[in-house]
Design a protein around this ligand. Structure first.
Ligand SMILES: *[C@@H]1O[C@H](CO)[C@@H](O)[C@H](O)[C@H]1NC(C)=O
Ligand SMILES: *[C@@H]1O[C@H](CO)[C@@H](O)[C@H](O)[C@H]1NC(C)=O
Ligand SMILES: *[C@@H]1O[C@H](CO)[C@@H](O)[C@H](O)[C@H]1NC(C)=O
Ligand SMILES: *[C@@H]1O[C@H](CO)[C@@H](O)[C@H](O)[C@H]1NC(C)=O
Length: 527
């Protein structure tokens, strides 16, 4: 049974990596406010050009800046609210107004609408800060920022944001979709309830399948063929429960993750919460991979126990594990590199890490660990343990020591490894983050190890931090060091699988253990 589950996980993962291949992701850099500002000249033509470009740009709004202050140009800079400890990014220069023509200086810029922005206006004379405005622009909105002199004597200016055209509500489509699905669900539930009413059900069956109804009626009346239908029915059912029983909760979780993954990888409607977070934070998209890893851990526990139960030798199972991880890693390397269709794999910029590679390696480590250290009888509770409440953990102490050692290595490398040019234990995105002090430190020790061991050309080139944080360093989200945490994640999934196997059909025991584990995990995160 669980071999099929493992296979399903592998196929799902293969599908996932296929969809996550960098060649299929949308071009990045669109959401950035700075990529779209006009040149430093500004003026009428640039404004017109910006308005032309404006047509149909997602997640952007048009901002027209009017400078009515004479003899003083303006420098407009912006800072995204999603950018933690970032530098202001120059957007546009607004020329001074021409008093003899009574014409204000203008410039048009596109601004990001996904996150709140802080706009900063500096005078070009003496780089004095004139005003600072915090605002969350709305998609497809048309705004004007009017800068006027309040009093010529004190040189104070006023900055007013005017809405020319209101934004659209980009959440309406997803709300609509949600309501439609809820409606369909409600209809299904109502139909299900209706079918429970006997007269309705009989009527429906009669309409759909008059023969079936006859059979039902006959069987209730005790017609001659009931005897063999009774005697032949239970046998196959017994057989099927014994050999093909699947863990429905695991399958449901897997299906749910798969649906979200497919949705996310097909763009997720370009909503920010269906995209990967640029660096700090968590979105729905960021959950899919850890979920798959957890599911994989649980499947390992189920499949190993069933393989061993049905009499496979440890060597044979180990061979299977090795072969499967080899295939996963190979598939990953082929799938993740889009230039494989341009001819033979070119080594120059082959990306080595990837989603499938990480899944494959994690599978190898966790499955081999579990296989090699599990003493027979541990999972059925035959072994004597000093503390019965922990009998699903204590027999597995070698695995726990191995995993905890790995975690200690991760902690030491992350926080103690000296990275040239970067502070020790740096965890930020680099780029313009951390006030632009460490532009090349993307990913700290994790990024450094990948660049050192694999080379800059063999890792992911466009991390999600390149949009908001404008990082230029390649950084691989599936790098070497992070694999340790993936292994830990899969190990937790494995523990969940053990609990399910160990306390089979004792739902209270299973739920209370899951509850304790979640409390432990959450408290670990909080501290
Ligand atoms: C934005 O509003 C300004 C002022 O009302 C108008 O001149 C301009 O044409 C508008 N631009 C777009 C793209 O709607
Ligand atoms: C105002 O515009 C006129 C005509 O284009 C130009 O000759 C003059 O130099 C401008 N004045 C300033 C202060 O830019
Ligand atoms: C604006 O002015 C402030 C102080 O006057 C200065 O610290 C800041 O760097 C300036 N910002 C830009 C983008 O020029
Ligand atoms: C970061 O790397 C780029 C390109 O490799 C280089 O031009 C730049 O000087 C580096 N910056 C720092 C602060 O080391």
């Amino acid at each position: 049974m669980a071999a099929a589950a493992g296979l399903a996980a592998a196929v799902a993962a293969a599908l996932g990596a296929l969809l996550m291949a960098p060649g299929l992701t949308q071009p990045h850099g669109e959401g950035s406010p700075e990529g779209s500002g006009p040149g430093p000249l500004g003026g009428e033509e640039a404004a017109a050009a910006a308005e032309r470009r404006f047509a149909g740009r997602m997640d952007q709004a048009l901002l027209l800046v009017r400078n009515e202050v004479p003899a003083q140009g303006l420098r407009l800079a912006a800072l995204s609210g999603a950018c933690h400890q970032c530098l202001y990014q120059f957007l546009a220069f607004i020329p001074p107004s021409n008093e003899s023509l009574k014409k204000p200086g203008t410039a048009a810029v596109m601004v990001d609408t996904q996150h709140p922005l802080t706009l900063l206006l500096n005078s070009s004379v003496g780089d004095r800060e004139l005003c600072k405005i915090q605002y969350h622009f709305g998609e497809f909105g048309n705004y004007s920022l009017v800068v006027k002199t309040l009093s010529t004597s004190t040189k104070t200016v006023s900055c007013d944001l005017v809405i020319n055209e209101g934004p659209i509500n980009s959440y309406l489509p997803i709300l609509f979709a949600f309501l439609v699905y809820m409606g369909i669900l409600a209809i299904l539930i109502a139909g299900h309830l209706f079918m429970k009413i006997d007269p309705v059900r009989n009527w429906v069956y009669k309409k759909l399948n008059p023969r079936e109804t006859d059979r039902l009626i006959n069987s209730e009346l005790g017609s001659p063929n009931t005897t063999d239908s009774v005697s032949s029915d239970p046998a196959p059912r017994l057989w099927s429960t014994a050999s093909r029983q699947r863990l429905r909760s695991l399958d449901t979780f897997r299906g749910l993750s798969l649906i979200i993954m497919v949705f996310v990888n097909y763009g997720g409607g370009k909503y920010w919460f269906f995209k990967h977070e640029s660096w700090n934070g968590l979105t729905v998209a960021d959950l899919v991979f850890p979920w798959f890893v957890f599911i994989m851990g649980t499947s390992i526990s189920l499949s190993l126990s069933s393989m061993l139960k049905w009499g496979s030798s440890k060597q044979k199972v180990l061979g299977k594990i090795l072969w499967r991880s080899f295939l996963l890693i190979l598939l990953g390397i082929i799938v993740v590199n889009p230039n494989y269709c341009l001819g033979p794999l070119s080594w120059d910029n082959l990306r080595i890490p990837g989603v499938l590679q990480r899944l494959g390696f994690t599978y190898l480590v966790v499955a081999a660990l579990e296989l090699l250290f599990t003493r027979s009888g541990a999972e059925s509770g035959i072994l004597e343990t000093p503390c019965p409440a922990l009998q699903d953990i204590l027999p597995y102490w070698p695995q726990w020591i191995f995993i905890l050692t790995l975690e200690v290595i991760w902690l030491c490398l992350t926080f103690l490894l000296p990275v040239p040019g970067c502070p020790r234990g740096y965890l930020g995105p680099g780029g313009i983050g951390d006030f632009g002090n460490y532009p090349n430190c993307t990913g700290g020790a994790a990024g450094y190890i990948d660049r050192l061991l694999l080379g800059e050309n063999h890792i992911y080139q466009h991390p999600s931090s390149s949009v908001i944080y404008q990082t230029t360093m390649p950084y691989d989200p599936e790098g070497i060091l992070g694999t340790i945490n993936t292994i830990f994640m899969a190990f937790l999934g494995l523990q969940a699988g053990k609990i399910i196997l160990f306390y089979k059909d004792q739902h209270k025991q299973i739920m209370s253990r899951f509850l304790v584990w979640s409390v432990v995990m959450v408290s670990q995160i909080v501290t």
